[in-house]
Ligand binder design. Sequence first.
Ligand code: URA
Length: 454
Amino acid sequence: MNIIEIIEKKKKGESLTKQEIEWFIDRVVNGSIPDYQTSALLMAICLKGMDKRETTDLALAMAHSGDMFDMSAIGCVVLDKHSTGGVGDKTSLIVGPVMAALGVPVGKMSGRGLGITGGTIDKLDAIPGFSSDLSDEKFMECLKASGFVDAAQTKNLAPADKVLYALRDVTGTVDSIPLIASSIMSKKLASGADAIVLDVKCGNGAFMNDLDSAKQLAETMIDIGNGAGRKCSAVISDMNEPLGYTVGNLLEVKEAVDFLKGVNVNSRLYDLVLTICSEMYILSGRPELNGIDSKERLIRFAKQIVKDVLANGDAYKSFLMFVKGQGGETDFIENELSMDYENIIPSDVMSTDVKAEKDGYISAIRADITGRASMHLGAGRMELDDEIDQYAGVYLKKKIGDEVKAGDVIATLYSSDKDKMNDGVKIFKEAVTITTEKEQVQDGDIIVQIQRFN
Ligand code: URA
């Protein structure tokens, strides 16, 4: 086999064999293919695509390029949840504790922020003492003790993806469904969960801007998961507006904690949590589900028990156990985070209110622009080794569809740096549109469930 023939073959739109894909991935990891040839193949895949079998073979070869984590010692179905990346997406911080409270273990490995999208590990870093850098033994210990663990991906998890992603990032080959799907699923397969619920974001703040491509990505990832013997289902959810009220690391932890306590609950976030958690519960195959014969009744049953653990405080208790298990200060969660947003932000951090310039209705708060504003405020990284400002971000006091009067506060922005604040405010103002007439807004998130179990 040789790489030039493989590139030529894909350039003509032919399918690559499993052996060719494995041969390529082996050599990507051992460094024997120069970057220009790897990039040429990535571009050919981007332009000519891959069929279902090739995409699954690629994901599996990438997954097996490093360590394959084994959680079978838990002795029951372990779940994972993955979002394709959004703005203000703190869902994982809520979903994990909810499932743990239901007795369904969630073993998760997460990433840091990427571009305008936040990363769960950066958010968890805002909790004093919390460690996401866990050994395999500590990961399993936390999972057994609290039923939910969220750790940073280990260095040797799908190393082929690290090489390919870095090249895609600089060669205009990120936006390819087979490449995105195999990149995400390689890490999910290597991190070892038996069943995975995928939250595919759709809208201006997501990789997938339209519903058709979001569905295609969801189906491709489900096919890979099923092809690898994992139960898998997907939810497609809206990312035209930031999710919930906050964007930024500590701000999002605070919103998640409030949510788990039933305080200031955003209705779209609630719908999404309910949808994802009920999917996860169904995939867990818990014995309580035996004998429920219709899909509708199954979903109704699962949603009700999710509502119950949120309402009775069990999910919040699980969150505290999870934080404690990974070394985080639960006093901080219980005391400091129970104060208002204004009081949890130290006095030397600047805040600026962005106000409505006219009367009317909020018809847009663009997720992509808000994500960019938040990144400029210091909540994300412009360069790989930038330091995160854990207090920086955007607290939305108005959402799409709300009526405003001139002078009403739409959002409060936080940053520890004056220049960053100025940039962030300028950018955020572009995210907001106020119209005199109330525009037809979507009634709830775009939530499309695609379910396929194997
Ligand atoms: N997230 C990933 O992990 N990979 C991609 O290609 C896109 C989003």
